[in-house]
Design a binder for this molecule. Structure first.
Ligand code: SAH
Length: 453
């Protein structure tokens, strides 16, 4: 039976879905209600019936669950980035543990033991990077914020709790400067105006800050004054860069960077690996969380002297380089040329001489290396959200490593890929969920697979 739109139903939230909504049942049918916690008793208004399930919103909170807390961000609802800000963090971590376990059972059909989740060392202000879109508020002042869920309407956000306060303050100062100097924000509809995004990075250990304005042009009016003002107010600013993006596109950054001040990058470390971060580098956004994650990967790899480690989807090389001292030879593969350059530079800065990095598609490179007879002892896989493609997995099987360590930001594709490997002789031994993205719906996991004896 379809549920009429706008029906008001009494519901008790039972669990959380992996997209962050509360889940209740009405006459056997699932109802998804955002911004609710397991145990909440609510009156829900049905906003859409999809046949087998429906979507609702909270019309009235009757009895909140003990896990339901007052969100400490005034814009978390329209922003939507922190879908769990109303939830006690311990409850969020428990839910994420469940998402990972569920994916392995339901998608992978695997009964691999799932270890207790490692929570984010900090549930707030853990991010080392932020990209604020820039626009005008109702009074015509320049504001920075976030796009409201699935739209391009900017929700101004003066103090995002996921970022260090200093980065929020810099965004505020940039907006004031643009306002005072009448430098117009970019307007998507008309492809006019100049400043599209304020892109900021802060080195977790070094404290160094990169300020990058993504602009629809090649020059910034009053650039010298801009640099002087920022440096005077924020002494940690080490580089100020313009990134040119004159395309009509949703992609945030363009290819060209113009340094206004400093070397165009900042320096930091990850698991002791020195890194240089510019506006285009892929880098884990939660440094202490990622150090925990890489620590698990290293422990799962159990490298022995004499071993060869193949690090596929290696980015700027951090995972492999953090284990370079444990093995005889390290080979990294990554598709983005700038990231490969960074990996080589990072290796050099560490004095690592046993590493080689290739810029290539993981599947093509792995197939070629396998055909050339490479037989690594351990292979590390850290693919993007869509997971590994079949050529990559097949080449990994051909190379027949002792262990495979999979690092994944998407439990669903990780479970699918583990199933593929499990059917071909690699048994997933354990799954370690690691929360790198507290307050949001995302969760990482590290999986150890060993060759069947
Ligand atoms: N291991 C790195 C990066 C992980 S993110 C770290 O921990 O920082 C996934 C990486 O895979 C990104 O750097 C992305 O550029 C790269 N990538 C995406 N598709 C790829 C492909 N087909 N072949 C090789 N690398 C790819």
């Amino acid at each position: 039976m379809p549920i009429q739109k706008n029906s008001i139903l009494p519901l008790t939230i039972e669990s959380l879905s992996s997209d962050g909504s509360g889940v209740a049942h009405y006459e056997g049918k699932a109802v998804f209600v955002p911004a609710t916690a397991p145990g909440d008793q609510i009156q829900a208004r049905i906003v859409k019936d999809m046949g087998r399930y429906s979507f609702g919103i909270v019309e009235e909170m009757l009895v909140p669950s003990p896990a339901h807390i007052q969100p400490d961000c005034p814009v978390c609802k329209p922003c939507g980035g922190c879908c769990f800000r109303h939830l006690d963090y311990a409850e969020e971590a428990k839910a994420k543990q469940g998402f990972v376990a569920d994916a392995f059972v339901r998608i992978g059909g695997l009964d691999t033991p799932v270890l207790p989740i490692l929570p984010s060392p900090l549930p707030d202000r853990y991010r080392n990077k932020v990209q604020f879109p820039v626009g005008l508020d109702a009074q015509g002042h320049v504001v920075a914020g976030f796009y409201a869920g699935r739209t391009h309407r900017i929700v101004p956000c003066a103090d995002c709790k996921l970022q260090p306060e200093e980065l929020n303050q810099i965004a505020g100062a940039v907006c004031r400067f643009l306002d005072e100097h009448r430098i117009p924000p970019y307007q998507e509809e008309t492809h006019t105006g100049l400043v599209r995004h304020i892109f900021l990075r802060k080195g977790w250990h070094s404290g160094q800050i990169l300020v990058c304005l993504v602009i629809n042009g090649k020059t910034l009016p009053h650039a010298e004054e801009f640099c002087a003002a920022l440096r005077a107010e924020f002494p940690n600013v080490r580089s100020i860069v313009l990134n040119v993006n004159q395309q009509k596109t949703n992609v945030i950054t363009g290819k060209q960077n113009i340094a206004l001040y400093g070397p165009g990058y900042i320096e930091d470390t990850m698991c002791g690996v020195p890194v240089r971060l510019g506006p285009l580098s892929f880098y884990q956004v939660n440094t202490p969380g990622a150090e925990q994650l890489y620590g698990v990967a290293r422990q799962f790899a159990q490298l022995q002297p004499g071993d060869t480690l193949l690090d596929l989807y290696c980015g700027m090389g951090t995972i492999g380089l953090s284990m370079a001292a444990d093995c005889e030879k390290l080979i990294g593969v990554e598709i983005i040329p700038e990231a490969v350059d960074s990996a080589k530079a990072n290796a050099k800065a560490m004095g690592v001489t046993n590493a080689r990095f290739f810029c290539a598609d993981a599947g093509k490179a792995a197939t070629k290396l396998a055909a050339e007879g490479l037989r690594p002892d351990v292979i590390c896989l850290d693919p993007p959200r869509k997971g590994c493609d079949q050529p990559t997995l097949d080449a990994v099987l051909t190379m027949a490593p002792r262990r495979i360590v999979m690092v994944s930001c998407n439990p669903a594709t990780a479970a699918r890929d583990c199933r593929y490997l499990a059917d071909r002789g690699y048994i997933p031994q354990k799954v370690q969920p690691v929360d790198l993205f507290a307050r949001t719906k995302h969760c990482e996991a590290v999986i150890l697979l060993c060759k069947e004896q």
